[in-house]
Design a protein around this ligand. Structure first.
Ligand code: AMP
Length: 432
């Protein structure tokens, strides 16, 4: 016999992990509700051309892409943004803006499996479509912070940059978008020398290269100070100056919103996805050196997919990595557990009566586990004890004749006879 195991990069989530995953997902939904984001559900299989369009080389080369039986070139979605932008460009084209859209689900990338990097992973994704204003960017960062906090994560750090600063310089230096993309890819991987080589070979001036070089080394936690330095470095590039101003506005809004958020501004920060046009950011905790979330502004994507010009900003939160970070931080996760009641027939001829009583309790919203292994009462009680079950209903012939059952409190090791009609009420009082 072959011992099957999950395909490399894929995982099973056992009950304990599944519970934490679903808890994080629940908090994501709560966050969506708090900020007015409506959930949409998009397909896992998308057209290859859609998801490849602006995903960037890094993601594009790692897609699960194949031809379906109808000969269509398709891919398992590597991210959500393309799907959401597709909808906004088509079906939701005439919806009034702003559109606040939320989705959660699994994504697929043929990444090299390692800590926090899987081939199937989960994200919650928030997209704010329509507004160009810095308030929208601030909202995306603020909701991310609130979400991270709501699951119990501590010491969140935002790493923030602005693609507009870098791209404006490259554009003014006359570099085509394709070359810009190549340079940004290298910067995303911190291969700055390679990035500068590409820029130099594409014909950028010495001043342009020096400007980029100065930006690459510039970062710090004092946003005002870093921004002032950025402004000075890029002063001969008017669009880059505007981009720095935009970043300053967003960060001021966040600072004024009340809660303290730790932000490191990194002037040389780039992200792999090609559709970004404005602020970009990633979220970290000190215990892990991989990002828990990433996002930014992308003003051209909907238009690229044939829609109306629609400025947009969004974020994807990596649920698997948030789970990992919670473990690293040894966070206590207070997920409410429903404690089932166990119901045991004394003998096999009472099985159908027992099932009927179980259904009466479930109709009253009381979780019930039926003894289905045909064990003797004493064995079944041992099992209930081992599993920490607090109440057991024992269905016996004698009590049943009186329309009653035995209710055993496992903690107190006490039992009473209770009329079936009173059982749900009695249990509810004792369980709560
Ligand atoms: P991206 O879509 O590349 O902006 O990624 C957003 C977030 O998704 C990252 O910050 C990670 O938390 C998560 N993520 C991306 N790729 C993976 C992966 N291969 N395994 C687990 N999480 C991932």
């Amino acid at each position: 016999m072959i011992a099957f195991k999950p395909v490399r990069g894929m995982r099973d989530f056992l009950p304990e992990e599944a519970r934490i995953m679903r808890f994080i997902e629940k908090q994501a939904r709560k966050t969506a509700e708090l900020y007015g984001y409506k959930e949409i559900i998009t397909p896992v299989v998308e057209s290859y051309d859609l998801v490849a369009a602006k995903a960037g080389e890094e993601v594009r080369l790692r897609m699960y892409a194949f031809e379906d039986l109808g000969g269509r070139k398709v891919a398992l979605r590597p991210e959500f943004t393309a799907s959401v932008a597709r909808l906004v460009a088509t079906t939701l084209r005439n919806e009034p803006k702003p559109l606040r859209l939320f989705c959660v689900g699994s994504l697929y990338r043929y990444d090299e499996p390692q800590k926090g990097r899987f081939r199937e992973f989960w994200q919650s994704n928030f997209e704010l479509m329509g507004p160009e204003k810095p308030e929208a960017d601030a909202e995306i960062l603020l909701l991310t912070k609130r979400f991270m906090k709501s699951v119990g994560l501590k010491n969140i750090i935002f790493k923030v940059g602005h693609v507009g600063v870098l791209r404006s310089i490259l554009s003014q230096e006359g570099l085509a978008e394709e070359v810009q993309n190549q340079a940004m890819q290298r910067m995303d991987k911190k291969l700055y020398e390679e990035a500068l080589k590409i820029v130099r070979e594409a014909g950028a001036s010495e001043k342009g290269i020096q400007t980029l070089q100065s930006l690459v080394g510039l970062k710090g936690e004092d946003a005002a100070k870093v921004l002032e330095k950025m402004r000075k470095i890029v002063e001969d590039y008017p669009e880059a100056v505007e981009a720095v101003k935009n970043l300053g506005e967003i960060l001021s809004l966040i600072a004024e919103a009340g809660e303290k958020i730790n932000i490191t501004v990194d002037a040389g920060f780039a992200r792999g996805l090609e559709y970004y046009t404005g602020i970009i950011f990633e979220v970290y905790v000190p215990e892990l050196d991989i990002a828990l979330a990433g996002g930014g502004r992308y003003n051209k994507l909907v238009e690229l997919f044939g829609g109306e010009p629609t400025p947009a900003v969004g974020v994807a939160h990596g649920i698997d990595r948030m789970m990992l970070a919670l473990q690293e931080q040894k966070a206590e996760i207070n997920v409410e557990e429903t404690r089932p009641v166990m119901i045991i027939p004394v003998s096999e001829n009472l099985n159908s009566e027992t099932l009927k009583i179980a259904e009466i309790l479930r109709a009253e919203n009381i979780p019930v586990e039926l003894e289905v292994m045909g064990r003797k009462v004493s064995k079944a009680l041992e099992d209930a004890d081992r599993r920490g079950i607090s109440h057991v209903v024992i269905v016996g012939e004698k009590e049943l004749k009186e329309g009653a059952v035995v209710l055993r409190n496992m903690r107190k090791k006490e039992q009473t006879t209770v009329k079936i009609g009173e059982l749900a009420k009695t249990l509810k009082l004792q369980i709560s």
